[in-house]
Design a protein around this ligand. Structure first.
Ligand code: PEP
Length: 256
């Protein structure tokens, strides 16, 4: 299993100067953990290049929050994986806000996944159920559908460049994180599904996302099926984000 991954999704926050100031602060706080944990910042597209520059040589990586699948063309407002290739390391796709507010479908995400992999980006695919689906006991069905459709037709080598973020939608931005046991059990199911898709499924990290904080990160990170976190709100606060990364680093360096 590769080292844990903690990604900070800034969503649509910060002006460019603010984002650069936060990056400087993060560099200071994250420096001690950059070896033990893969840390990725996902700033808005407008400041991606600048943040990548500011992070150069630190071991902390950048990723985009979204991209279209074509290399170029008449897609006003979009960016493409080919524009990110070579300097931007990660690409997040399928965040529930993209699915719900912008109508992204599983089939589109399959095209985005293939396009990102074609341009050698490390991909993070977000999946997760709504509150209604959760309450109706449909989590496994929903997550299975999302995964099977998005992963359809991928090459076996994709496993080495893929992370899955399990983000129950009812936990995102609500302050109501899933319990470690619940997250671990859904993520165990995801692990089993991945084993049926890839010979090398052990390479795929499975991250938990949804109201991760410095306070709940240690109990989440110590679950056997959780290999990191996708963090929204808490990633906007450098000290708090660093404590989440520290929790992941501690699990990584504590012998079982
Ligand atoms: C997210 O946006 O991916 C997320 C998990 O947000 P939050 O941590 O704020 O719940």
């Amino acid at each position: 299993m590769p080292k844990p991954l903690v990604a900070g999704n800034w969503k649509m926050h910060f002006t460019v100067p603010e984002g650069l100031r936060v990056t400087e602060e993060l560099l200071h706080h994250l420096h001690p953990y950059a070896q033990a944990v893969e840390v990725v910042l996902l700033p808005p597209a407008i400041m991606l290049w600048e943040v990548a520059h500011a992070l150069q040589g630190s071991g902390i990586l950048v990723g985009a929050q979204n991209a279209w699948w074509a290399d170029q063309g008449p897609f006003t407002g979009e960016i493409s994986p080919s524009m990110l290739a070579g300097w931007c390391h990660y690409l997040l796709i399928g965040h529930s806000e993209r699915r719900q507010l912008f109508g992204e479908t599983d089939e589109e995400l399959n095209r985005k996944l293939k396009a990102g992999l074609k341009h050698h980006l490390e991909m993070i695919l977000a999946v997760g159920e709504t509150l209604e689906e959760h309450d109706a006991g449909r989590t496994e069905e929903v997550v299975t559908r999302q995964l099977r459709a998005a992963l359809f037709g991928l090459e076996p080598a994709a496993a080495g460049h893929l992370s899955i973020a399990y983000e129950p939608i009812w936990a995102i931005g609500t302050g109501r994180a899933a319990t470690p046991d619940y997250a671990n059990s859904v993520m165990g199911m995801i692990r089993e599904l991945l084993a049926g898709e890839f010979a090398d499924a052990g390479q795929v990290r499975i991250l938990y996302g949804g109201s991760v904080t410095a306070a709940n990160a240690p109990s989440l990170m110590e679950q056997p099926n959780i290999h990191g976190a996708l963090v929204g709100g808490a990633s906007l606060k450098p000290e708090e984000f660093a404590r989440i990364v520290q929790a992941a680093a501690k699990v990584q360096t504590t012998p079982a």
